[in-house]
Design a binder for this molecule. Structure first.
Ligand SMILES: [Zn+2]
Length: 394
């Protein structure tokens, strides 16, 4: 058994001043004490000068791209179209890929991440996931360049899905983005095991050209895709925005994780929230700065009290895989968002999005959420500082 206390415990849904949390030897929470701030030194209690938070949920990553650190030029000013251009031509499969994936998995755990919503276009990351201390919800991602390729593409996705199931790992087949999935493929993905309630993720409105492309099949994104062999005439794009196209195909009873939302506007948020109660808005701010050199209007989402989550994206567009670093950049740019709401996004909301809130996401009796300490915290403003650090306690 271990007993921890700190200046504050953010449980995921409440804040306890100098509270005490007790766990068994396996990290399961067995007791949570609200001392009302009146704390006395007790035996066998580990007290920390910082704040205790639940283990982080990284709602969006591509573990299999862990070898791509620094490979994509982020100074071109070409945004996502430039990124797609480079990733298609530069993606390789080096001999030490497994080593790099293992390293990234270990790094995430050291940074306090306990569960990840992770995109897989291949099966490269599966064996690492199987052995990992981290829980992975895998999104087997599908896209293709033309209608002719749909059957082959979907069969490959199903093959990877079966490999995942053989390893007893959790996952679903998902679309990549509104612009890269032909009509027939999107229907196959939506219809696949549709008798089950699923967890679906899709990249959404990451670049301004996305909406222009689905509306008019023109713009910088359309140009790059055409250049890469996409037969855009064969894509039907039934909607006036990328978001509308996605929601046209997706099932409202599934958990829908919308990734990035860099250019989503007020009316887009309203549209999606009217469509379903199971929308999760996932933000990967460091990746957005890397690729598009801009951030979503994250404040707008928090003001609306919609369900927000945090992702790191991959080493192709980030220099580290740390949820805390993502929270810091949000704090720097949107200081009006309260710290407890950021923690809720980085923990409980992510756990709900991945349907693992029975185990993860909050410090509550019976859960094994992982426990992190954030040190160098700004107690005056009750917020993160640029030098804030995370340490895994359990
Ligand atoms: Zn992504």
């Amino acid at each position: 058994m271990r007993r921890f206390s700190a200046e504050y415990i953010y449980t995921g849904n409440e804040i306890l001043k100098r509270g005490i949390v007790e766990t068994d030897d396996f990290g399961k929470i067995i007791k949570l004490i609200d001392t009302g701030g009146k704390f006395e030194e007790q035996q066998s209690l580990e007290f920390f000068n910082g704040v205790i938070v639940p283990g982080f949920i990284n709602a969006h990553c591509h573990l299999e791209l862990s070898h791509m650190k620094g490979m994509i030029d982020n100074k071109s000013g070409r945004g996502l179209p430039g990124f797609i251009d480079e990733i298609i031509s530069k993606r390789n499969f080096p001999e030490n890929l497994q080593e790099q994936i293992t390293k990234a998995d270990k790094e995430m755990r050291l940074k306090g991440i306990v569960a990840v919503g992770d995109i897989s276009n291949t099966d490269d990351s599966f064996t690492v996931k199987k052995k990992s201390d981290i829980f992975y919800q895998t999104f087997i991602e599908s896209f293709t360049i033309s209608d002719e390729k749909v059957d082959e593409t979907f069969n490959l996705a199903k093959e990877n899905y079966n490999k995942l199931k053989d390893l007893k790992l959790s996952g679903t087949i998902v679309p990549h983005a509104a612009y890269s999935v032909p009509d027939r493929l999107y229907r196959m993905i939506s219809d696949f095991e549709s008798e089950k309630t699923k967890i679906v993720s899709v990249h959404n409105q990451e670049t301004p050209g996305e909406d222009e492309l689905v509306k008019n099949k023109t713009g910088a994104l359309a140009d790059v895709l055409t250049d890469k062999g996409f037969l855009l005439d064969e894509f039907s794009y039934p909607g006036n925005s990328a978001l509308e196209v996605n929601l046209k195909y997706l099932n409202k009873r599934d958990n829908i994780l919308l990734i990035h939302n860099t250019f989503s506007k007020n009316e887009d948020v309203e549209y999606a929230e009217n469509f379903s109660d199971n929308i999760y808005w996932v933000f990967c701010p460091l990746s957005n700065l890397y690729i598009e050199n801009t951030l979503p209007d994250i404040s707008m989402f928090f003001k609306k009290s919609v369900k927000t989550c945090i992702g790191t994206d991959s080493y192709a567009s980030n220099t580290e895989l740390s949820v805390l670093s993502e929270l810091k950049v949000i704090t720097e740019n949107f200081p009006e968002i309260p710290f407890d709401k950021l923690i809720e996004s980085a923990t409980l909301n992510g756990a709900k999005a991945l349907k693992i809130e029975e185990r993860f996401g909050s410090i509550e009796i019976g859960k094994t959420p992982g426990i992190n300490l954030i040190s160098s915290f700004d107690f005056e403003k009750m917020t993160l500082k640029s030098e804030s650090k995370v340490k895994v306690l359990i």
